[in-house]
Design a protein around this ligand. Sequence first.
Ligand SMILES: Nc1ncnc2c1ncn2[C@@H]1O[C@H](COP(=O)(O)OP(=O)(O)OP(=O)(O)O)[C@@H](O)[C@H]1O
Ligand SMILES: [Mg+2]
Length: 281
Amino acid sequence: MLTLDRKDTPSMIDTTQTAIFVQNLRMSFSKRVGGSLLKPKIEHFPAVDDISFQVNRGEIYGILGPNGSGKSTLIRAISTLLIPDSGVVKIFGLDIKKDEAKIRKMLNRVSVDAAFYKKLSPRENLLYSAGLYGLPQKEAEQKSLDILKRLGLREKAFYEPLEEMSRGMQQKVAIARAFLASPIVVLLDEPTTGLDPKSRRDVQEFVLELRDVHDATIILTTHDMPEAERLCDRIAFIHNGKFVAEGTAAELVAKVGPGKTLEDAFIELTGDDLNSDEEEQ
Ligand SMILES: Nc1ncnc2c1ncn2[C@@H]1O[C@H](COP(=O)(O)OP(=O)(O)OP(=O)(O)O)[C@@H](O)[C@H]1O
Ligand SMILES: [Mg+2]
């Protein structure tokens, strides 16, 4: 069993409050839609369009949607990396605008775009992060190694440069880094995308353990329907920056009738297909 005991967070959090509270959140970007180089025609479009939801303590809440539907933007806004145009986000009653520093101590995000010092090893990267969190080095080293072994990374890789590791291996290091400081709220943006089936299973079991044993509240985005059904207590479908349905997997399936799957529900409720690609990059 991993040791992910928290020493400071219980006093920081007000457990009577909702773990994650999001109300009327809006976040728009601008893009050039024509005009000339000197006089570009710029349009603002909402990537997150008036989203409200709540996640209870100890829940795993899934956000499912096609490419470009706003999942990562929503996650980044909740994690204080983006400043929303309007709306409220509270973590255990703390407002992301007023209490950003406190929130950053209790929350962490894992995404596929994790930045590392690629010439350095996972050990060196993780010890550097541990230093930023103010964690004792020896304890952090043991904990990183425990998590990485738990995720199926061979010990030798712990000491080798990250640039020599596959994307899936780097993803595991990103997951280990996110859990070093034992966050009470974890935002997992496609944590299993690109992982082989065994690694995916290892990560999924780790996520369940974080909820069940370590009292974490988790938001998870995924394109994998079986994963959403296996892990998520509740799921929201997002489409064009809006939540179009929310409920347990069974409730979402029931909305579209007997004999249907979660993927059927997604397609019927959003009028879209998970493999469609709306991203313009
Ligand atoms: N930094 C940015 N500047 C401008 N537009 C952006 C930026 N980040 C995201 N967008 C746009 O916002 C929309 C939502 O993007 P987002 O990355 O949140 O989607 P997503 O649901 O996470 O997609 P995917 O499944 O591909 O990860 C897209 O139209 C995208 O092009
Ligand atoms: Mg994304």
